[in-house]
Design a protein around this ligand. Sequence first.
Ligand code: NAD
Length: 482
Amino acid sequence: MGSPFEYAPAPESRSIVDIKPSYGLFVNGEFVDGHGKSFKTISPATEEVLAEVAEADEADVDAAVKAARKAYDKVWSKMPGRERAKYLYRIARIIQERSRELAVLESLDNGKPIKESRDVDVPIVAAHFFYYAGWADKLAYAMPHSAGRGSDPQPLGVAAQVIPWNFPLLMLAWKIAPALACGNTVVLKPAETTPLTALLFAEICQQADLPPGVVNIVTGAGGTGQALVSHPGVDKVAFTGSTEVGKAIARAVAGTDKKVTLELGGKAANIVFDDAPLNQAVEGIVNGIFFNQGHVCCAGSRLLVQESVAEELLAKLKRRMSTLRVGDPLDKNTDIGAINSAEQLARIRELSDIGEAEGAGRWSPECELPQHGFWFPPTLFTGVSQAHRIAREEIFGPVLSVLTFRTPSEAVEKANNTPYGLSAGVWTEKGSRILSMANQLRAGVVWANTFNKFDPTSPFGGFKESGYGREGGRHGLEAYLR
Ligand code: NAD
């Protein structure tokens, strides 16, 4: 079934962003040329080259860490919290003022639909800076045990922060806002496929008159990240990305006194009981796996549906999936944008082919994909067993694996049967069942009758191979304080 409506194209204008042909590194409050090579960042929707970006080498990383150290020793750690808060509030307000520019640039460089970057990512980014600005002069209340000793909790020093490409600006905010609020200075490395909004954020730091060296941005790939996290001048490492790289980072910092937080992968179960409001659940399932093309660490990539309603739910889900619009990320009607890179597309294709080869039933609605760029249709697999690789491995794309269960205990067992433990969803009319499930699910976040809801006041993080440490909320401060 095709879409019941034909929409006229409604593209957001890209004239609001001024992309420079090339970018240097942001060190000590200024853009400087790197010593290393440079690389191109492209729009995944069209493969158009957007800009040339410097690739920081060890010497560049060293300069950035030294700038952060100097700013920490001389300015930022000495500044009262209420003064640091003013800078964070200023940054938050500038993000709001420049929100359209940030949203368009994020959609161009990442491929995500403009309605997500505009209505989800950028507003939560601003909210994060507002929220942590509020904590900067109240740290003693966040950590009452330290106030009991008669002193404010102390920052750690220089934080090395490495982030992935799925929520470039949002992950930057999750890292930088609490670090600065607590009095640390930072060197952040954005992902190699999505450096542009971090570089625009650097301009925002200049606009906010943030003292030089408090925020430094070094662009580059894994080698740059490795040089950053293993630099001896770093006191804290915060990483969001794959479990594999997280393990490599844990090994690289073992034996040092660097504090580490790791936010890694996931394979969340979205569990639908037979008493759930099914139409509402369908919206939650769609949001859980097709939001941001499924490039979401906490995506509801395993649908566990109670057997008695499986047929009815799947029929509704297929009907709803047929209305999803895949295409131009800058079109305001688009639901599913481009896959972020050729490598990620290859991985999604490979795992989906394996799903078929292992015997699961593959289904996608009819949809025309653009000729250029990286695209994958919304896809679901039925008849999936727990042994299938598509039920065990993170696909990080718009691909849903459907499993069934008969009893609540079977649902819990299947949901927890994963090396990950980042998030889960429960759909039921019974409040007592929600609480009982939440107690038994080994996941950092459990959503009830909703999915993929984020709020700066709420801590986020994982169990098992999904990592350790919490970001967001009061708990998020602990990672940046002694
Ligand atoms: P990735 O681990 O390949 O890359 C993440 C970042 O690490 C990039 O900036 C990359 O350049 C850098 N990097 C690569 N090798 C490095 C090394 N040896 N040392 C230091 N830095 C290195 O992950 P990705 O493909 O960019 O992102 C997808 C993954 O991120 C998924 O597994 C997803 O689940 C996870 N993720 C987790 C969360 C969370 O909060 N738990 C949020 C978003 C994404």
